[in-house]
Design a binder for this molecule. Structure first.
Ligand code: NAD
Length: 268
């Protein structure tokens, strides 16, 4: 229950999905949490839910792609809680317009890079001085299984690939200050957004896919156990945010339920 007792964390995109589940998990482990979220309704409701469980949370409406907004959100966190130990740069996602390179408009490229790669940089830029003051800390970035592959989403994949090298650089540059930096690279996590996107996919929606669904999964080179819940990722984030992971920095933890280890080979 007290794995993060005394720590202060901020999480971006904390009104939904993985970051919301993680904010709740951090609070249950004793951390005070600041929720940086663009959507007011979602942010307020996440704050309320954490407080209802007895946690200490504040919602700060923030567009994490804007430099000045990130600075003032970090300042507000320090004003409320006095220190900063853990940051989780989680807001992210791909756009439908993220098309093959020769068909993609420039705006889609810029928006995708801003949300998935610029935003973690901005958060680190303003948070790191406070982590140095606190004597150390833990940075948790978000990659994706698409960050290591050639995909049909060039902007998203480039941003998530960039996250892995950015994370290594943070680890190297701030090790002397006791600041660790790691990333989590999920494959498919069942959030409201992903459920909407994949609403006709039985393998995503079913808790226990039928044999027919399993057959389709195999044809798509997907495995049912590669579909995770936000809480599965939150558990990894608690480990990375707590001192239990003190030996781990500069790494990206693949959280894909084994999907990237699976290669279907036709054997007759
Ligand atoms: N869900 C998956 O299947 C999956 C798979 C691989 C990687 N990821 C990565 O995990 C992270 C979390 O994904 P998720 O599915 O939980 O996301 P989500 O879409 O469920 O939630 C994202 C939250 O971020 C907020 N947000 C969007 N733009 C913002 C901005 N500019 N400023 C502040 N908040 C903003 C949204 O309002 C939303 O509440 C992302 O980086 C995503 O790329 C997710």
């Amino acid at each position: 229950m007290d794995r993060m007792k005394g720590k202060v964390a901020f999480l971006t995109g904390a009104g939904a999905g993985i970051a919301k589940a993680t904010a709740k998990a951090f609070a249950r482990e004793g951390a005070k949490v600041a929720l940086f979220e663009l959507n007011r309704e979602a942010g307020e409701s996440a704050e309320k839910e954490i407080r209802a469980e007895g946690g200490d949370a504040i919602f700060i409406q923030t567009d994490v792609t804007r430099d000045a907004a990130v600075k003032s959100a970090v300042d507000a966190t320090i004003a409320a809680f006095g220190r900063l130990d853990v940051i989780m740069n989680c807001a992210g996602g791909s756009l439908q317009e993220d098309k093959p390179v020769h068909q993609m408009d420039l705006d889609t490229w810029h928006k995708t890079i801003a949300l998935n790669l610029l935003h973690p940089f901005l958060c680190c830029r303003y948070a790191i001085p406070h982590m140095i003051n606190a004597g150390g800390g833990s940075i948790i970035n978000f990659g994706s299984h698409l960050g290591t592959k050639g995909t049909e989403k060039p902007a998203y994949a480039a941003a998530k690939g960039g996250i892995m090298s950015f994370t290594k650089t943070l680890a190297a540059q701030y090790a002397d200050y006791g600041i660790r930096a790691n990333a989590i690279a999920p494959a498919i996590v069942r959030t409201e957004r992903s459920i909407k996107r994949w609403e006709n996919k039985e393998w995503l929606l079913a808790d226990n896919p039928t044999p027919a669904a399993r057959a389709r999964i195999a044809m798509q080179k997907l495995y049912p156990f590669s579909v995770g819940e936000p809480e599965h990722i939150a558990a990894i984030a608690v480990f990375l945010g707590s001192d239990e992971s003190r030996m781990i920095t500069g790494t990206t933890i693949t959280a894909d339920g084994g999907r990237s280890s699976y290669l279907k080979v036709a054997v007759d």
